[in-house]
Design a protein. Structure first.
Length: 486
């Protein structure tokens, strides 16, 4: 394997263009302080899907890049899940407008996906099913969606589902791409939330019957990945007020949600009936020694790397457990699997461009610069800079602005017995420089007459170590004041 080969491998991994069975991305069960081993998130979610009776919504969260999508793909590939459920995957990113989503559009997209399954993999069973009372909802929607058109009357539930699938797909396309159609959807009585819940529920109920007719004892499993990508704060009402309406869908439904919602009490209250799961980042450092990689964290990423690339591509030898360069990659990833792949992709890209045969510390530093450029460009608002400074000092999240920085990866969560927080490693020096400037402007610290830093300690790290608590408090207050600016 060459550096160019490795670059291509990690590019595919970053873009999720891989076989889920080829990726181990969740750390193995850990032994917390109590000494009781715990299941991984994948094992817990899979067990609950198979064992739970009745309808249930399962909400999966984690920082961007923590592995939610591959986790869901691995869950779906589990033999117990494949044997028990007909899985219906909802294509969220292609089906919803990026910044103007509400629960109506979510329900319509679920309806389209279930109808497509009824007319496709479930058709053999759907053709044999007779109409029941709730199925009259489908007759009404056929007429409603047809408008002035008077289509031929379908002869069975499969044909009804096929026709509704086409009609709802057309409506979804127009709603996604046409502001006027979105406004019309929100203002028309027949497309209010209760009406769309009835449509989705009717289709799902037929899907449940059809799936069980084909031998899937658990019926339908609807999987709605990538809803966590809709993390703009303007969409918070969708999650705070309306996402609980998914409980009305009469089947098991798995949905990914933005990570900042894990801190929102209103969301947690509204979704009290949901089962909630988190995919945590790998435990790689402690707050006391944030630059020393823990053995367990290193072992996890060595396993991850060896699945895809040759250890001999590191300049300091194939023994990755003794490789300072490999540790630099792990530290820059902040314990996030996709960030680990991104670091390697950038670093091997530089290595290949320079015509070199093995990855060095310089290549990893170049990747750090690349990461920093992207994150700094996204951190130019005064409010963002202020929040980053506060998190950098306090290692805590104290308000909604700071919570949302988790989903953009400007802030990362470090997992120990108790989580703690800091800015992304690629932002650390930039934020530190601003803290040094703030300290100088406040008159609590100066660069003059200070001895040079030693080891790998930065000037900002030394400053924060030397400052008295009252000076630290003034820096935090300055950061809070800046975070209030527009």
């Amino acid at each position: 394997m060459t550096p160019r080969d490795a670059r291509r491998v990690f590019d595919r991994l970053v873009r999720n263009k891989v076989d889920p069975s080829a990726v181990v991305f969740v750390p193995p069960p850990t032994v917390p302080a109590a000494g009781v081993p715990t299941r991984s998130t994948i094992e817990e979610l899979t067990d609950d899907l198979v064992d739970d009776e009745g309808e249930q919504v399962y909400a999966l969260s984690g920082q961007f890049g923590s592995g939610k999508s591959i986790a869901l793909r691995q869950v779906q590939e589990d033999p117990r899940v494949k044997g028990r459920f007909q899985v219906v995957a909802v294509n969220t990113l292609d089906g919803l407008p990026p910044l103007d989503v509400d629960i109506r559009m979510v329900l319509l997209l679920i309806a389209e996906s279930v109808a497509r399954a009824l007319a496709g993999p479930l058709r053999a069973a759907t053709e044999r099913l007779s109409f029941g009372g709730p199925d009259e909802v489908l007759r009404e929607w056929i007429k409603l969606l047809a408008g002035s058109d008077t289509p031929s009357q379908p002869t069975n539930l499969a044909d009804y589902a096929a026709k509704i699938s086409l009609q709802v797909a057309e409506l979804n396309f127009k709603v996604k791409n046409d502001d006027a159609r979105r406004a019309e959807l929100r203002s028309t009585a027949h497309s209010d939330v209760p009406a769309l819940r009835r449509l989705t529920s009717a289709l799902t109920a037929v899907g449940q019957r059809a799936a069980k007719e084909l031998g899937f004892a658990g019926g339908l499993l609807v999987v709605m990945d990538d809803l966590d990508k809709f993390r703009d704060r303007s969409l918070f009402p969708l999650f705070e007020r309306d996402i609980s309406r998914l409980s009305s869908v009469p089947c098991k439904l798995v949905v990914t949600i933005p990570y900042y919602l894990s801190f929102e009490s209103t969301f947690l209250t509204a979704t009290a009936s949901f089962r909630r799961y988190k995919i945590l980042n790998a435990k790689i450092v402690t707050a006391a020694e944030p630059k020393s990689v823990l053995d367990a964290g290193r072992a996890f990423f060595i396993t991850l790397y060896r699945q895809h690339a040759d250890p001999a591509l590191f300049s300091d030898g194939p023994d990755l457990a003794a490789s300072p360069v490999f540790d630099q990659v792990v530290l820059l990833s902040a314990g996030i699997p996709r960030e680990f792949f991104r670091v390697l992709h950038y670093a091997f890209d530089v290595c290949d461009y320079n015509g070199e045969a093995a990855l060095t510390a310089e290549h990893v530093r170049a990747a750090r610069v690349k990461f920093g450029q992207e994150l700094i460009a996204a951190s130019q608002r005064a409010s963002t800079r202020g929040s980053l400074k506060v998190v950098r000092i306090t290692k805590r999240l104290s308000n909604a602005t700071e919570w949302t920085l988790l989903d953009s990866l400007q802030v990362v969560e470090y997992v120990n017995d108790r989580p703690w927080y800091s800015v992304h490693p690629a932002l650390a020096d930039w934020v530190g420089e601003q803290l040094v400037d703030d300290a100088a402007s406040l008159g609590v610290w100066t660069r003059q007459n200070t001895a040079p830093t030693t080891g790998n300690e930065t000037l900002a790290e030394r400053m924060l170590r030397e400052l008295k608590p009252e000076a630290i408090d003034r820096l935090v207050q300055r950061g809070h004041e800046e975070s209030q600016r527009s």
